[in-house]
Design a protein around this ligand. Structure first.
Ligand code: FAD
Length: 465
């Protein structure tokens, strides 16, 4: 039995980042992780490996278009095994990095299944052996797992989740992706670049359905141009495995029954919170469909028990959201001043090609909220650096309050969207207006300077279009 200020169950970007900050704040901290490595979904089967593959896909696209840049490349060949090896190397390096950061910040870690065992107590089970940890505060950061469709079993060979698709021994000839959220469109983009025939099936009326409608329309257009087939408002009926792979039956927009054959199918229809068997049923914490309800500083209804990350009700399932939720909770625990995390200030990043970065309200949400809305839009075609990069599709859309110029939302699709989004996040966090941002100097030539034109476009004052 050991005594801690904080015990964190789960070492994903929620758990490990929170532990490091807790160490910095002087809290004696232990992390309990069921797997034999640190980093969770994000590092091992989520954010990082997918971004490695996306980067490789982008490089491959550049090589394929080498002639446009004045290079004569002959005999270009993809070495898939090397691509996968580099991905694994990057993941391992960063998992080791977390171990180092734990040591630096005096964070301890324990391997085993963690459970809330009563106020101030966590039980840890490893290979049938049970121990108990005592801790003044406990954070549950157990993350999420891929959902499947009713009646569809993920077998890891033909019917895949985000885990197995990262380990395919060969690039498949054809792939059906069910679900056009961030995970679905990222894998569609990766395998399209590597030469797979990709078809997306989405039940809702548009791809990336949580984004602004104009962003969805632009991605749809861009994907179709690249040869990705898309069926929206289409519901999967059955997935049958056969000698060649799978046959997927679905009803299309018109209600017509259709079938598709493919070598592999990826199920990317959302993620379920991992809160079973964590002791919550014995606590006062409110749990709904597996998601934990929390107060403004991530506290559950059980005193001393907090929840962060993918298991939290009403918050986005994103790595940076998980991390900041944890930082908020431990700052409070350490008795330091802290502001609750505002959902509208959490950015979204989707790294398909073209990339999408967004924050705040979509135009529709702003209108539905009764705001007097004024929008501006700046296409990357007017940005010289985007042209230099050979990537001038897409635009930046700004949703603002008509009267005071308050920035309500920013939606970007195009080159470096997930990077230049930083300016919009800063502006909203510091409550800058459109007029403040129009007075800001942007370096030239950068893709980033398109942000200046986008803010100015709300006032009809953009320079470059
Ligand atoms: C393919 C894919 C790509 C993604 N890309 C991005 C991206 O680019 N950007 C982004 O922001 N988000 C991305 N996400 C989402 C991101 O991975 C999650 O939001 C993030 O990992 C959530 O962090 P977490 O700490 O809540 O949980 P997780 O990362 O899921 O970590 C939870 C940890 O808890 C452990 N655990 C669970 N139960 C127990 C238990 N009882 N005892 C001990 N340990 C336990 C698990 O083993 C795991 O290590 C992606 C997700 C996927 C699937």
């Amino acid at each position: 039995m050991s005594n801690y200020d904080l015990a964190i169950i789960g070492s994903g970007p929620g758990g490990y980042v929170t532990a490091i900050r807790a160490g910095q704040l002087g809290l004696k901290t232990v992390v309990i992780e069921k797997d034999g490595f640190l980093g969770g979904t994000c590092l091992h089967v989520g954010c990082i490996p997918t971004k490695v593959l996306l980067h490789h896909a982008e490089l491959y696209d550049h090589f394929k278009n080498a002639a446009e840049y004045g290079f004569e490349v002959s005999g270009l060949k993809l070495n898939w095994a090397s691509v996968l090896a580099r991905k694994d190397k990057i993941v391992k390096k960063h998992a080791k990095g977390i171990e180092l950061l734990f040591r630096k910040n005096k964070v301890e870690s324990v391997t085993g299944w963690g459970r809330w065992a009563g106020p101030g107590r966590v039980s840890v089970e490893n290979a049938g052996k049970k121990t108990e940890i005592q801790s003044r505060n406990i954070i549950l950061a157990t993350g999420s797992e891929a959902r499947s469709l009713p009646g569809v079993e993920i077998d890891g060979q033909t019917v895949l989740s985000n885990r197995e698709i990262l380990e395919l021994p060969e690039v498949p000839k054809s792939l059906v992706v069910v679900g056009a959220g961030a995970v679905g469109v990222e894998f569609a983009s990766i395998f399209n670049s590597f030469g797979t025939e990709v078809t997306i099936l989405e039940m809702l009326p548009r791809v990336v359905p949580l984004e602004d409608e104009e962003i969805s329309a632009e991605l749809d257009k861009s994907f179709r141009k690249k040869g990705i087939k898309i069926f929206t408002e289409s519901k999967v009926d059955t997935v049958k495995k056969d000698a060649k792979g799978v046959t997927v039956s679905f009803k299309d927009k018109e209600g017509k029954a259709q079938t598709l054959q493919a070598e592999k199918i990826l199920i990317a229809v959302g993620r379920r919170p991992m809160t079973e068997n964590c002791g919550l049923e014995k606590s006062k914490a409110k749990v709904e469909r597996g998601f934990v309800h929390v107060g403004p500083l991530m506290e559950t209804a059980e005193p001393g028990l907090y929840a962060i990350g993918d298991i939290v009700a009403g918050m986005p399932q994103l790595a940076h959201a998980a991390s900041m939720e944890g930082i908020t909770a431990v700052t409070k625990m350490a008795g330091k001043p802290v502001q609750p995390l505002e959902r509208s200030r959490i950015p979204n990043a989707t790294y398909c090609e073209p990339q999408i970065g967004s924050i705040g309200l979509t135009e529709k949400q702003a209108r539905e909220a009764g705001r007097a809305v004024k929008t501006g839009k700046f296409p990357f075609v007017g940005n010289s650096k985007a042209t230099i990069l050979g990537s001038h599709g897409g635009f930046i859309k700004v949703v603002a309050d008509e009267e005071y110029g308050e920035i309500l939302g920013v939606h970007i699709i195009g080159p470096l969207a997930t990077e230049i989004l930083a300016e919009a996040v800063t502006a909203m966090q510091l409550e800058a207006t459109i007029d403040d941002m129009m007075a800001m100097v942007h370096a030239h030539p950068t893709v980033w300077e398109a942000m200046g034109d986008a803010f100015a476009s709300v006032r009809g004052m953009q320079i470059n279009v």
